[in-house]
Ligand binder design. Structure first.
Ligand SMILES: [Zn+2]
Length: 402
């Protein structure tokens, strides 16, 4: 048994290296052996503009227990059904990403695929270790476990089904993200839950900050996310969780997560074996463009020239937009249109992500709408903005005054 476990760990480590999953900094015992030169050398490289697709969508799939015989469909799934769901993601072109990828994307530091999923396993049942981990490992999927610390083996609420701290450490070493699900798993909005006359906010702080601190100290990690028990949330709960240092606060209210979804109300789809529709809804991504409609990109992201709303005097202005926020643009798909004129010749530089067009005919004094569009991963994206060409005989003093 020990031998098998050891082999699994070894396989996990080798697999992790081969697919290049992000290592958890400093928490890994081998971190000290990493050559110190590499990171320093990296900093010397010129910073590259990162193409980030801000229209990507992320779905979080939440699971609890993995059992051959389902008695509680709301929290249990058979290993075969779980594996089938995981393979469906691959078949549908939905890429599984880590919480760290999700957070980095939202900080503007890296791009993620347009349809992404995060796998979350709640509570700390050892089936996450015994059953789910081998399946996810095989598929090369990262995942996160949300632990309520009272349930870890040896804790006041633990039982035969609990994971141990040693098992959690093995998951950590394999790159699995370990996050908080509070200490006691009580409904945090329920003020009466605070034991024996304890002040509600003191208790809340313990549940949120205390579970984070315990996981961090026991495992030598940084905990960045909390899954609120039963998804129950209130303004006070969100405020205390943010103060406790959580970057991501998850509930259970489904929904696709986007670049701008509030970090303290990140919904998750909790799977239910008796309701297959939850899974099918979760993995139905709206990939704009299949019906010809374009997904709008906010124009303020594009470093526009003329700026949105600008009043200009030049009759032959240079039109310019930085399309990096679109993501990886397909060659020759960039088009620029000006109202009253139509498509204008535009030069797109894939290196800088900048599209420019020098007007070769005079624009008559009027307001213009510019529309820039491009295809990214088969989807059509577009942004639009407006500018006004002013009549040159207007008094100079009036320009730009609102
Ligand atoms: Zn739970």
């Amino acid at each position: 048994m020990m031998m098998v476990a050891l082999l699994l760990v070894l396989a996990g480590v080798i697999w992790m290296r081969s697919v290049g999953l992000p290592r958890i900094p400093l928490s890994h015992p081998e971190a000290a052996e990493q050559p110190m030169v590499a990171p320093a050398a990296k900093q010397l490289e010129a910073p590259q503009p990162i193409a980030i697709d801000r229209t990507a969508q992320v779905v979080v799939l939440g699971y609890h227990r993995f059992v051959e015989k389902v008695r509680r469909p709301d929290t249990e799934i058979t290993p075969a059904d779980f594996e089938a769901q995981m393979k469906t993601l691959k078949a549908k072109g939905i890429e599984v990403i880590s919480l760290a990828d999700f957070a980095a994307w939202r900080r503007g530091e890296k791009s993620i695929p347009p349809a992404s999923a995060i796998i979350a396993i709640d509570d700390g049942y050892r089936q996450a270790y015994d059953v789910a981990w081998p399946i996810l490992k095989q598929l090369g999927y990262p995942f996160a476990v949300f632990i309520y610390t009272d349930y870890v083996r040896g804790g006041p609420k633990s039982g035969g089904g609990s994971m141990s701290w040693e098992q959690l450490a093995e998951l950590r070493d394999a790159g699995v993200e370990i996050e908080s699900h509070t200490i006691s798993h009580a409904d945090l909005t329920h003020r009466k839950t605070a034991p024996n006359g304890q002040d509600y906010e003191t208790w809340l702080w313990k549940e949120l900050a205390g579970s984070k601190a315990l996981l961090e100290q026991k495992l030598g990690i940084k905990v960045t996310a909390v899954a609120l028990p039963y998804g129950r949330s209130s303004e006070t709960v969100r405020e205390v969780a943010a103060r406790a240092g959580y970057e991501m606060i998850f509930t259970v209210n489904g929904g696709k997560l986007g670049f701008d979804t509030p970090p303290d109300a990140l919904g998750r789809f909790m799977l239910d074996s008796s309701k297959p529709k939850i899974f099918s809804t979760a993995i139905a991504f709206d990939r704009g463009g299949s019906d010809g409609t374009a997904t709008a990109i906010p124009s303020q992201l594009l470093d526009l020239q003329p700026a949105d709303g600008a009043m200009i005097r030049e009759l032959r202005p240079l039109i310019r937009a930085n399309l990096n926020p679109f993501g990886a643009i397909e060659t020759d798909s960039v088009a620029l249109r000006i109202s009253g004129i139509g498509t204008v010749p535009a030069a797109f530089d894939p290196g800088t992500g900048v599209v420019t067009s020098q007007m070769s005919q005079d624009l008559r004094p009027a307001s213009y709408t510019a529309i820039v569009s491009a295809r990214v991963d088969g989807r059509k994206l577009e942004a639009r903005w407006q500018f006004t060409v002013e009549s040159s005989n207007r008094a100079a003093g009036s320009i730009g005054s609102p």
